[in-house]
Ligand binder design. Sequence first.
Ligand code: PEP
Ligand code: MN
Length: 343
Amino acid sequence: MIIPNVSKLSDEQLKEVTDIVGSFGCKIQVIYGEVQSIYAIIGDERNDDMITKLEGLPFVNRVDRIQSPHKLMDIRSSLASHRVKIGGVTLGQSLFVVAGPCTIDPKNPTLTIETAHAIKEAGANALRGGVWKPRTNPYSYQGDAKALDILMEAGRATGLPVDTEVMDEEHLRLALDAGVHCLQVGARNALNYSLLRQIGQAIVGRDVAVLLKRSIHMGSTQEFIAAAEYIVQLGNPNVILCPRGTSPTLDGYRNHPDESIVPLLKERTWAPVVVDPSHSVGKAAYVPAAALAAIAYGADGLCIEANVAPSKGIGDDPKQAVTPDVLKKIITQARQLWDIRRS
Ligand code: PEP
Ligand code: MN
């Protein structure tokens, strides 16, 4: 990884660097940081002759050789100073909460609009809502592109940035065209490397973030971080890691709560971590404790399913969405815990 002593290489400097690594069978991938762009060497970067040539360039500050399968996501990467921002919030600086219905009902736009206002009132920073849904049962409601207009309208009406899950290239295109601020990769697609690459490619140069859920099965910490590397290596480092419980389940919960992975992620990577307690425990009554546990473990934020009338919602809402009152209490207590953590 090449760290220049300028914020960004000029075209001539980039060509010089590309020519050097090219003669050793490697390529350069630019990672556009807010303050400083860095230049990842794709290929075997261990060749000492190549490193010496690069280090000899007057505009190169240093060349880091991080031997890690996730060298950009690595805590030692120079991307570690990168901050992900959504709406007005810089993740890591204050508690970030994205909340909203599991699924947007295209037949009941009022429910989403009312929920959006209520979650904003409760203190949430962003609105979530499923337009397209990955359903275990193929006969369950699968989503509807019409719901995207409702989500965008709810975002505009409240001024909240919006997050929605995309499962294929068509969803990705529609979501980006509509102006979605955060693309969610669900637990079922978290290891769909083609999709991760498509997303990584599509968001280069855009002010869009990705909320990457941890895969549904109990994969390793490394597997989770490496999935994020697939996105970041294409040029946009705005990735957020989202543990959401794994399978096999803890009897009584929907999944096996995995908020305890947060310190391990924080030790190995710089990426912000936003925990989803809703899919983890799967029942509204258990969500507050799981949410606070996540903050105690060091999470930067929470992704919570919330609905003004959970029983009228579709998808997971009747079971696991909390009401705005409960959300407000979670946010208040999570902020208190955040302050305790920092003290
Ligand atoms: C969701 O956020 O509604 C969802 C389907 O989440 P997951 O991919 O974690 O199951
Ligand atoms: Mn859901």
